[in-house]
Design a protein around this ligand. Structure first.
Ligand SMILES: [Zn+2]
Length: 330
């Protein structure tokens, strides 16, 4: 018996089945077993099948040509996919009905890729502040700022992964943001245990990082609490120990904040600092990262700043501006 390599036989148009072959096993051998090919095979070999549609040993069968009709079908499917992804590329349902459509404003961040993480979430609200009867949960305010930042980055052509997600809360223009435990880590339940919770988001980032082909990949962590809950209300920018690219990103964002403060609140002055800090997520996340503390939700003055929606937007705008500066000088 003559043994033929299936790949060599692909050029040949007629074949004979071996014992046990059905249409699909036969086509499989030539890597042709698509539904379209099965239909085509039946059409071009009409009259050569047993009563119940089986192959007859010893007979020759024509193989479908890997061309014309199948290719048209494939192309049609391909262009359907492209159209859908184009439509999806300027929409993000997480932003909420009002903001889900993303209008392009520039190409400044074309080629850049971001992993955006709002602090806490799920069963962990983070720090809690009080204004009268209102309970302000850190995770909700951090999430609103992260969504605004994500949208800004997308509008400038960046690829963005929103790691902590809430299927219901989009970008909100309320002063007091409703509290929920709905947040997930891209669909996975967030555990209560702190190390497990932080490891989960780092795993997610690192997993995506391995697949993303960009040469500029950065993670941004946003919190609205502060270590000492004193009157230290400025913004803090942290990077991982020894991370030059993380430090440069932190400094570019800090510079942007300084300029904005000088312009809008010249008397206040800005003393936000950049420093290295031993934080779990900074150590475990693969991409160069910046960790921002944008205020203190337990501080009366900061609370006023955070509950105003346009202020949350301004914070997102400034972070975005700092990122664009970093990307341009890369
Ligand atoms: Zn926090």
């Amino acid at each position: 018996m003559l043994l033929l390599c299936p790949l060599m036989m692909q050029a040949q148009t007629t074949v004979k089945p071996v014992s046990g072959d059905g249409i699909t096993t036969l086509l499989q051998r030539y890597r042709l077993n698509t539904p379209a090919n099965v239909r085509e095979f039946k059409r071009i070999n009409k009259g050569k099948f047993t009563a119940d549609g089986g192959l007859i040993l010893g007979r020759s069968y024509k193989l479908p040509q890997t061309g014309s009709s199948n290719r048209e079908e494939d192309e049609e499917q391909e262009s359907r996919k492209t159209r859908k992804s184009e439509r999806m590329s300027n929409r993000e349902p997480l932003f909420g009905k009002r903001y889900e459509k993303i209008n392009r404003v520039s190409d400044e961040l074309e080629g850049a890729c971001f992993y955006l993480v709002s602090g806490h979430g799920g069963p962990d609200p983070g720090a809690i502040g009080y204004i009268g009867k209102h309970e302000l949960h850190e995770d909700e305010y951090a999430y609103d700022i992260i969504l605004r930042l994500a949208r800004n980055l997308r509008q400038r052509g960046a690829k963005v992964h929103i790691i902590i997600q809430d299927a219901k809360d989009g970008i909100r223009n309320d002063h007091y943001l409703n509290n929920s435990e709905r947040e997930t880590c891209m669909g996975s339940r967030i555990p209560l245990n702190q190390v497990a919770r932080l490891q989960q988001r780092c795993d997610k980032i690192n997993q995506l990082y391995r697949k993303d082909r960009s040469s500029y990949k950065r993670a941004v962590f946003v919190h609205v609490d502060s270590r000492g809950r004193s009157n230290q209300v400025d913004v803090f920018f942290y990077h991982a120990l020894g991370s030059k690219t993380g430090k440069r990103l932190a400094e570019n964002i800090r510079k942007t904040f300084e300029q904005k403060y000088d312009k809008h609140q010249p008397n206040r002055g800005f003393s936000g600092t950049v420093s290295a800090r031993e934080l779990y997520v900074l150590r475990k996340a693969t991409p160069a990262s910046v960790f921002l503390e944008l205020g203190n939700i337990q501080n009366k003055k900061d609370q006023q700043r955070l509950i105003i929606p346009s202020n949350r937007q301004a914070l997102a705008d400034w972070i975005c501006k700092g990122i664009v500066r970093d990307y341009k000088n890369r």
